[in-house]
Design a protein around this ligand. Structure first.
Ligand SMILES: CC(C)(COP(=O)(O)OP(=O)(O)OC[C@H]1O[C@@H](n2cnc3c(N)ncnc32)[C@H](O)[C@@H]1OP(=O)(O)O)[C@@H](O)C(=O)NCCC(=O)NCCS
Length: 211
């Protein structure tokens, strides 16, 4: 199986923080991003977002992992975790904070933070998990992930915590680099079932105050 890598970024575009992305050889799509930062909104998800989140969650999960695992396992996970009822339940769960990223009114990504203790095998005491963080491929590499992570950090702090943990597939090297860049370090591992496949996830811990 090929290792997971980040998708191609558009050629140089202005990131949310005002810097340009490094030059790439792909076709320039800069014009699409002219008023890029003005178009980006991060907001808390509400129960009325369940249908949108269900669709986006399924799409971004497939976009990230398709071809990296058997389709039958991926689809079984998507059917179970991203169906409408499940997303409605998550949006209404007081233990879960869902953040949606909208670009020109369309959901292009989301993150979820939840009360969930770190696996005991780490020997650590961390009560909050950065459960999911996913962006549409065309919106990656532009600083939106950083913005979303910092909003997730605020959600962690609003629960009177600073430490936050996450599980990331050991083959998702792009995401691991992203987390390391934001101060997360590896604290252990856990098994994670996707359909009939058992994956090895790295458990990482970071400080919400640092991102
Ligand atoms: C992981 C993800 C949320 C990051 O969001 P992003 O918008 O692409 O990241 P940003 O543009 O905000 O980058 C923020 C920083 O992380 C770095 N970074 C992002 N992706 C990286 C990668 N693949 N490798 C190395 N560094 C990376 C950037 O260089 C940037 O660093 P800088 O601020 O020093 O320039 C996004 O790429 C994504 O949705 N990936 C697919 C889904 C996924 O794997 N989710 C995680 C599941 S555990």
């Amino acid at each position: 199986m090929a290792e997971l890598t980040q998708s191609k970024k558009p050629a140089r575009v202005t990131r949310l923080d005002g810097r340009l992305t490094p030059p790439l050889n792909s076709n320039v799509r800069r014009h699409q991003y002219m008023s890029f930062s003005a178009e980006i909104v991060v907001r808390n998800g509400e129960r009325g977002d369940a249908a949108g989140l269900s669709k986006v969650g399924a799409r971004l999960f497939r976009q990230t992992y398709q071809g990296k695992m058997p389709s039958i396992d991926l689809e079984s996970y998507v059917a179970e975790d991203f169906n409408l009822e499940q997303q409605l339940a998550e949006l209404q769960d007081p233990n879960v904070t869902t953040l949606l990223v909208e670009k020109a009114g369309e959901i292009v990504g989301y993150a979820q933070v939840r009360q969930n203790p770190i696996p005991a095998s780490t020997g650590l005491n961390v009560a909050i998990e950065l459960w999911r963080i996913y962006l549409e491929r065309s919106s990656q590499g532009l600083g939106i992930g950083k913005l979303l992570l910092s909003r997730a950090g605020e959600a962690v702090r609003s629960r009177s915590e600073d430490q936050v943990w996450l599980g990331v597939w050991e083959r998702n090297l792009g995401a691991i680099s992203f987390y390391e860049k934001h101060g997360f370090h590896i604290a252990g591992s856990q098994k994670f079932n996707i359909g009939a496949e058992v994956h090895n996830d790295l458990v990482m811990v970071g400080s919400a105050g640092a991102f």
